[in-house]
Design a protein around this ligand. Structure first.
Ligand code: HPA
Ligand code: ZN
Length: 345
């Protein structure tokens, strides 16, 4: 049988789930300028080009050094609402049907913003997402370069809003900040009924040990990034057998480690691991989910079947009911069938 390769159009219109996206990473230069003006924040940039020029990084830490200061323009509940709503509209353009998005409350509370303004703004957007044909949930992340005590305080602040948060994650600078630093708070989160995930960033010091801690000690349901797992066949077998998915972000990887890790994504896919493709911080990497999927497809010659499997994996590891998973996968199959029929005419 001849191999079939996907076009950009096929990928854009494919129904998708986005499982690795930081809401703060969707701050487009245009919105940054608008919010800076509205909140009278001096950011030292006046044009979209100037903001874009400041988005320069070649490692996770240099990215984070640009990412956190930019958040100063987010001040009021309405700003958080607008950021999330603008993202959701963009997600609709990319035919995203399900989103599970990260947010970083400590990046805001540490600058004097109230937790309630962050969560209420984001949640209002999430609640309205059905208007766009999108089902959405929030994942609250702890910043791993802050203390375990700060994570615990944040968790306690979040408890009154428990119904508005589906899961707990861990992000920011992994160097010297292993999952073990946050075991207590993750244990509490699990007992309180939250879903759990953690970033295991690419090519970190002690990557494999961090992956071990996340999987076997913290017992997370997903790994964010996590492709270094390929170095340990036993862990690969474990995630496969336990339906633990990996949320990979190839374009982001290309920026921070100069390698999209497409080879690893394909190898894991071929081994039957639930790897998925996502966009991470699309405003900074100028790549939304369809662009990420197309980038791996184009650079690593993925077949249509492989791209469709990546997308189905996302629905399979999403935090939704089994019935919903079946419905979304049927939607994908119906799309592929109709695309093939049009092509055959
Ligand atoms: N890794 C860690 N922290 C982050 C990331 C990431 O990919 N994106 C935004 N914060
Ligand atoms: Zn991330």
């Amino acid at each position: 049988m001849t191999k079939n390769y996907p076009t950009k159009e096929f990928i854009e219109n494919l129904p998708k789930a986005e499982l690795h996206l930081h809401l703060e990473g969707t701050l487009e230069p245009k919105l940054k300028l608008k919010l800076a003006k509205r909140n009278k924040i001096a950011i030292g940039q006046e044009t979209i080009e100037e903001v874009q020029k400041s988005y320069q990084f070649d490692s996770l830490s240099s990215f984070l050094n640009v990412y956190y200061p930019a958040m100063n323009v987010l001040q009021k509940e309405e700003d958080f609402y607008e950021l999330a709503w603008e993202y959701l509209k963009k997600a609709k353009e990319h035919h995203v049907k399900r989103v599970e998005v990260f947010f970083d409350p400590q990046a805001h509370t540490s600058r004097g913003i109230k937790f309630k303004d962050v969560i209420n703004g984001y949640y209002r957007a999430i609640q309205n997402s059905s208007e766009l044909g999108i089902s959405a949930d929030l994942i609250m992340c702890f910043l791993r370069d802050m203390s375990a005590e700060s994570a615990m305080e944040t968790f306690e602040q979040a408890l009154p809003y428990k119904d508005k948060i589906a899961g707990i994650g861990l992000d920011s600078d992994e160097r010297g900040n292993p999952p073990s630093k946050f075991f207590d708070v993750f244990k509490k989160a699990k007992e309180a009924g939250f879903h759990l995930t953690m970033h295991c960033d690419i090519d970190q010091e002690n990557s494999i040990e961090h992956i071990r801690q996340a999987l076997f000690d913290a017992k997370v349901e997903r790994l964010d990034h996590g492709t270094n797992i390929i170095e340990n066949p036993d862990y690969v077998k474990y995630v496969k057998e336990n339906n633990i998915g990996l949320t990979c972000c190839p374009v982001s990887n290309g920026f921070v480690v100069e390698d999209m890790k497409g080879k690893e994504i394909i190898e894991l896919l071929e081994q039957g691991v639930k790897v998925t493709v996502n966009s991470d911080d699309p405003a900074y990497f100028q790549s939304y989910i369809s662009d990420d999927l197309y980038a791996v497809a184009e650079n690593y010659f993925l077949t249509t079947e492989q791209v469709v499997q990546l997308v189905k994996n996302s629905f399979e590891i999403a935090w939704i009911s089994d019935e919903e998973k079946v419905e979304y996968i049927q939607l994908v199959d119906a799309y592929v069938d109709s695309f093939n029929k049009v092509k055959a005419i």
